[in-house]
Design a protein around this ligand. Structure first.
Ligand code: ADP
Ligand code: 5GP
Length: 204
């Protein structure tokens, strides 16, 4: 494997998708890991583009089959990252971007620490998060309230991340994200380093 992983976490409504879209032309080619979820699709979301939308039973079958690199329950639904496409992209040397929650970040870091760079994205305040979630108007207010309660917990994990992006002005947040993505690409896995040392010590 000679690719790298960039994990993005942060409350729902923090602006993760907006930042990735805004920076997508500046960060060079990357593979965005499409998660699988039991959450129902929002209006405009497309199966296989935004998520793979599956039933509770199908998700549990995938867990049993060992198909997930990580999975977690977030806001009462399952969300998971499939192992196979991620391994394929890493083998192809790509930068793999994950939009996963703080539990998922811990699991991926535990399994693939030497490939992972991570950034926590947050709006400047809880109040701004609430304003953006209501303005996005993709979820009903009971769902939004749940996400806000969850955000108060998620923010506690902020120090576990390599970088923090305060998404106030989108241009600035996007520029910071671009720099972080470039740094993530430069991270070398331990295995690659061991090989480098061997060839360095033993020239042909
Ligand atoms: P996430 O992917 O983290 O759930 P989104 O990218 O969907 O969040 O952003 C949530 C909402 O906030 C969207 O309606 C988006 O247009 C808006 N938004 C994102 N970044 C900013 C920003 N810097 N300023 C104002 N609104 C923003
Ligand atoms: P949403 O329902 O707003 O799309 O996502 C809700 C939360 O689930 C977000 O914090 C998002 O980062 C997280 N999430 C999305 N996909 C995954 C995944 O595959 N694994 C984990 N652990 N979290 C995910």
């Amino acid at each position: 494997m000679h690719g790298a992983i960039l994990v993005l976490s942060g409350p729902s409504g923090a602006g993760k998708s907006t930042i990735i879209n805004h920076a997508s032309e500046k960060i060079g080619s990357y593979y965005f890991s499409i998660s699988t979820t039991t959450r129902p699709p929002r209006e405009g979301e497309v199966d296989g583009v935004d998520y793979y939308f599956v039933s509770h039973n199908e998700f549990e079958e995938d867990i049993k089959a060992g198909n997930f690199l990580e999975y977690a329950t977030v806001h009462d639904n399952y969300y998971g990252t499939s192992l196979k496409p991620v391994n394929q992209a890493l083998n192809d040397g790509k930068l793999v971007i994950f939009d996963i929650d703080v539990q998922g970040h811990r699991l991926v870091k535990a399994k693939m620490a030497d490939l992972v760079t991570s950034a926590f994205i947050t709006p400047p305040s809880l109040q701004e998060l609430e304003t953006r979630l209501y303005a996005r108007s993709t979820d009903k207010s009971s769902v939004i309230e749940k996400r806000i309660e969850n955000a108060k917990e998620e923010i506690k994990a902020i120090s576990e991340f390599d970088y923090i992006i305060i998404n106030d002005k989108i241009e600035e947040a996007s520029a910071r994200f671009t720099t972080i993505a470039q740094a993530a690409r430069l991270k070398q896995s331990r295995k690659e380093l061991s090989n480098f040392i061997l060839t360095w010590q033993n020239p042909q």
